[in-house]
Write a protein that binds this ligand. Structure first.
Ligand SMILES: [Zn+2]
Length: 104
């Protein structure tokens, strides 16, 4: 239960804080974009089973692979893609925290 609360507050609320801190002049847009990066979770649909609470997404799903994460880091270099890259990397961080909490 605690994990679920932490997970969703990190996925929804914290991106708002990040958006406000780093992209203040357009923070509402940045926040929406960051929430939209949750769409990378659609790659779970390719997995079998689609949802497994004991599985760690990072390093397992296509868009959560270390290769994908490396691409997101490269995206940081491009101004146009920066908000999306920050959102994606933050998403990976959130999922990593999940994996870590799973093993407590
Ligand atoms: Zn994810």
């Amino acid at each position: 239960m605690l994990q679920t609360i932490v997970h969703y507050s990190l996925h929804f609320v914290f991106p708002g804080v990040l958006a406000y801190t780093f992209f203040r002049d357009q923070w509402k847009k940045a926040w929406l974009i960051m929430i939209a990066t949750m769409l990378v979770d659609l790659d779970h649909l390719l997995a079998d089973p689609i949802f497994d609470p004991t599985r760690c997404s990072v390093g397992y799903h296509v868009l959560h692979s270390y290769f994908a994460i490396a691409c997101y880091i490269i995206l940081l270099a491009f101004r146009k893609w920066r908000i999306i890259a920050v959102g994606l990397l933050f998403h990976m961080l959130t999922d990593s925290i999940d994996c870590w909490m799973m093993n407590l």
